[in-house]
Design a protein around this ligand. Sequence first.
Ligand code: ATP
Ligand code: MG
Length: 471
Amino acid sequence: MRYNSAVSPITHGSMIKKLLQRVFKGKPKGGRVLASSHEARRYPRRVHGIARSSISPAALKTVEGLQKAGFAAFVVGGAVRDLILKRVPKDFDVATDATPEEVRRLFRRSRIIGRRFRIVHVMHGQETIEVSTFRGSHLDADDDASVADSGRILRDNVFGSHEEDAVRRDFSANALYYDPVTEEVFDFTDGLPDLKAGVLRIIGAPHTRYREDPVRMLRAVRLSAKLGLKLDPATEAPIPELAALLHDVPPARLFDEMLKLFLSGHAMESARALREHGLHHGLLPMLDVVLEQPLGERFVTLALRNTDERVLADKPVSPAFLFAALLWHEVLALWQKLQTEGARPMPALMQAMHEVSDIQAEKLAITKRFSVMMKEIWSIQPRFEQRAGQRPYRLLENPRFRAGYDFLLLRCQSGELPMALAEWWDAFAVADSAQRAAMLVPDSGAPKKRRRRSRRPASASSASETASGQA
Ligand code: ATP
Ligand code: MG
């Protein structure tokens, strides 16, 4: 809105007031009725049960700093939800009515980041707190260009009131605000009763909210699996029907969400729920086919269980390994098909790997780093079957030996290869040199031919070595 210096002070004053009302109060305009404007329910500590001491010192300092400067500030979102559920939050986010610039000026160690919506990272010690300004619903925006034909929000960057910030969030359980100074929880969306009842409920009209952002369907499935919350029936009902909307979501965003889905320690439960809601088509196009073959299903199940166990035991998990596992049976099927058509094993594997990852890339932008490692894990698999001459020794030195071996183990455990093969490698890895020499399988004539080819740099049989060397 343009500032007109010719208007009288009174008109001018009321114009500003109107503007402020529009920006901060979300008054209906153009006949559009926004969420009813009401006060938040405020719950005391006795009801919500959050102890101030469970808030990270950095989040506490950020909120106090903002409040001392006269701004509203709360801990918000996943952290409040997790604390009410007596879980340890991953991180603490803060919401405020201060603009990003105002936040930036208040904290020396802070910077403004983000393109889609500008937020401020405030650093205290080692910790970073994400501070976002109350944001309004896109319906307040003056241009309709921010909504795609399917209803998906493309831009989402209008400041709003506290209440608007609550109702633009996804689930009622994610829209709770904790003020560590007064120790109250502010609730505009009946999130606290929902949480206490163990229910995950989308805020507003489910169809509209999923159309605005189809990723919310994945979040519904993921959060209910992770937190053991039941999906409210109206929240759950439209998902199968709207699942195809995930095709419009940029692949990079889907990839981020997939990582959260499968690396949260609840991969098994999440995969089951994805299938149940018909959401797996949009993510891994052929996963449903894989899951329908007994061997493929066993393999994916073992891989996911394995991942969950590692996450829950605080061991590192590699997204590359996980994606290699999720896609393996697609690679395997194509690899076998190409061989029956006459291709030699290594070139056939290379072709299968590249075709599967190309199809996948259209849906899900597996980042370069992960996709390189994923291919390394696949491409060294045939080398575990070569147990003659110098080959096993060379494989032991390969930087991907460990991941490759873990992958081989899954193949054996799922029944694809004999268990004896994994056991052989187990023993070979720890044996002394005399024992190793005795373990070698007599060389047949075939590998010699392949060894000659492997001297040519572009040959397919050396591709595994080349790929592994990049790590
Ligand atoms: P997690 O514990 O997995 O981090 P989270 O709920 O904190 O779960 P974030 O992605 O960190 O998830 O999001 C922080 C908050 O932002 C959410 O609690 C929710 O209020 C809001 N939010 C996130 N994604 C969306 C979305 N797609 N639509 C609306 N609000 C969202
Ligand atoms: Mg979070």
